[in-house]
Design a protein around this ligand. Structure first.
Ligand code: ADP
Length: 452
């Protein structure tokens, strides 16, 4: 069978490490890359390394990286055949994906209707439940009133979690321990959700006491071929946001791994979903509960790449261009162990953000060490965007070797001039609970407070 060659030129609608990550995949495939950037990012690494670059607006993301019209104009001017959205910004904006396709440009991701469906977390839970995936107990749909919320909470039992239907990044989420707290939680969560997503719709879930966050990476082509690439354990979190991720999960048995992969793959086939995606689950007492599906490349995708030996961005480009996967589930092998640390420009104790000029910069290296970062000596970390400045990903033959290698690599990493969370990573990787793999999504918060 002959297949159309993958794209000639791809526009990368993002910045920072992920723009660089996508650019690297393009270059290795012989695909030309176009960087877009705000005025604050004129000297950014992704702009320097791209084949072409176009300024799309002022520093505020709403006027640049979220400016769909400016990005589409840029793509049209430079004749890009496809747009990779990365993560964040417009990556899960169904209207943007539809606009891209209406302009005759390929959106490197799923179909707009799948982005829309999964972006509504209540609807996503419903279709997943119908597809036979266990979900967290909670309200069947959005909760409209305090009375309704109270009835749901009485039914499933306290504590409960109020969540935003349009949620993301842990925002618009409130734990409710007793009936008296419901009214307050609803109004704060609603206000937060309106501010963050322009949509105040809320739903309710049972708040699990000590779950792990385990997610399954899937990949699907346009011809009905679907594989899963195993799981990632992302239970080391602060404020519902991932800090350290690893693959495979130290908590799963081979049978559980196979079972959850099968469940995810079956659902993807049933939905007719295409490209890369991730099913996120909470896992407690041997049971999985679906929480959401992410319809994009994830920050933590490198740990999967390191254990599977598959370049996920390359695969996203290939399947978006119509190429078949060319391999099946039996060809996917998980080798060794990988751990990723998300390094932020923040004070490691107060987490106050610390943008500014980087002084000396030295990235670690050696066997099994990967640094995904757009930093360089003299670079000025702008204050306008997410504080994540680097991902350090390490592979080892087993979890212990991997962790030791990561500790070694963190000691080598020099980022002068700004504060970073490297000291926090060094501490947590040496903690008995992390060493034992015995942690849940609430552990890091307690560890940071000095409780364990
Ligand atoms: P977001 O889309 O904002 O990231 P998620 O639904 O993916 O929200 O949840 C993010 C994190 O919040 C989870 O990984 C977990 O740590 C915590 N969380 C979410 N739902 C629950 C729940 N029902 N019980 C306990 N923790 C939860």
């Amino acid at each position: 069978m002959s297949h159309p060659p993958v794209f000639h030129k791809v526009l990368i609608a993002n910045r920072g490490e992920i723009a660089l990550r996508i650019l690297r995949a393009c270059r290795e495939m012989g695909v030309l890359s176009v960087a877009v950037h705000s005025t604050a990012d004129a000297n950014a690494m992704h702009v320097r390394l791209a084949d072409e670059s176009i300024c799309i607006g002022p520093p505020a993301a709403s006027e640049s990286y979220l400016n769909a019209a400016a990005i589409l104009t840029a793509a049209t001017i430079c004749n890009a055949e496809a747009i990779h959205p990365g993560y964040g910004f417009l990556a899960e904006n169904a209207d943007f994906a539809a606009m891209v396709e209406e302009h005759g440009i390929s959106f490197i991701g799923p179909a707009p209707e799948h982005i829309r469906l999964m972006g509504d977390k209540v609807a996503a839970k419903r279709v997943c439940r119908e597809a036979g995936i266990p979900v967290v107990p909670g309200s069947d749909g959005p909760v409209e009133s305090e009375d309704q919320a109270r009835a749901v909470a009485d039914d499933i039992g306290y504590p409960v979690l109020v969540k935003a239907t349009a949620g993301g990044g842990g925002r618009g989420m409130k734990v409710v321990n007793e009936p008296d707290e419901i009214a307050n939680a609803l109004s704060t969560a609603r206000a937060e959700a309106v501010a963050a997503f322009g949509n105040g719709e809320l739903y309710i879930e049972k708040y699990l006491a000590r779950p792990r966050h385990i997610e399954v990476q899937i990949l699907a082509d346009l011809h009905g071929n679907v594989v899963h690439l195993g799981e990632r354990d992302c239970s080391v979190q602060r404020r519902h946001q991932k800090v350290v991720e690893e693959a495979p999960s130290p908590a799963l048995s081979p049978n559980e791994r196979e079972e959850i992969g099968r469940v995810a793959t079956t659902a993807v086939k049933r939905f007719g979903y295409r490209n890369a995606g991730t099913f996120e689950f909470l896992y407690e007492d041997g049971k999985f509960y679906f929480i959401e599906m992410n319809t994009r490349l994830q920050v933590e995708h490198p740990v999967t790449e390191m254990v599977c030996g598959i370049d996920l961005v390359r695969e996203m480009l290939r399947v978006a261009s119509g190429a078949p996967l060319g391999y099946g589930q039996k060809d996917i092998n998980i080798n060794g162990h990988a751990i990723e640390c998300r390094i932020n420009a923040e004070n490691p104790e107060t987490f106050a953000s610390s943008p500014g000029r980087v002084g000396d910069y030295h990235a670690p290296g050696g066997l099994g060490v990967r640094v995904d970062s757009a930093l360089y000596g003299g670079y000025v970390v702008p204050p306008y965007y997410d504080s994540m400045i680097a991902k350090l990903i390490v592979h080892g033959n087993n979890r212990d070797d991997c962790r030791m290698r990561l500790v070694r690599a963190l000691r080598e990493y020099v980022i002068d001039g700004i504060e970073t969370t490297i000291p926090l990573h060094q501490r947590l990787l040496e903690s008995p609970r992390f060493i034992a793999g015995d942690y849940d999504v609430h552990w890091l918060e307690k560890f940071v407070r000095g409780e364990n």
